[in-house]
Design a protein around this ligand. Structure first.
Ligand SMILES: [Zn+2]
Length: 81
């Protein structure tokens, strides 16, 4: 139940997308937290990846965008999917 916080130490370098190595300002990178399931936690470590919006879209990780759209839609329409 303990989490290791290794934020101490070296400052974060300029961020780049872990998939396409495209340089992007940190505020334009998606943060992807990777947490292994309990049975595999001894084998795999937690990690954080940063990904550009293009790769996020390519990986279909942008479902929340649909939520945002749905919420916006719900504002003008009363029909619930
Ligand atoms: Zn990318």
């Amino acid at each position: 139940m303990s989490t290791v916080d290794d934020s101490a130490g070296e400052p974060a370098p300029d961020r780049e997308c872990y998939r396409c190595d495209r340089n992007a300002a940190p505020q334009f990178l998606f943060r992807i937290d990777v947490t292994p399931p309990e049975p595999l936690s001894a084998k795999y470590a937690d990690s954080v990846r940063h990904c550009c919006e293009h790769c996020v879209a390519a990986m279909n990780l942008s479902e929340f965008l649909e939520q945002v759209k749905a919420r916006a839609r719900r504002g003008s329409e009363s029909v619930d999917g």
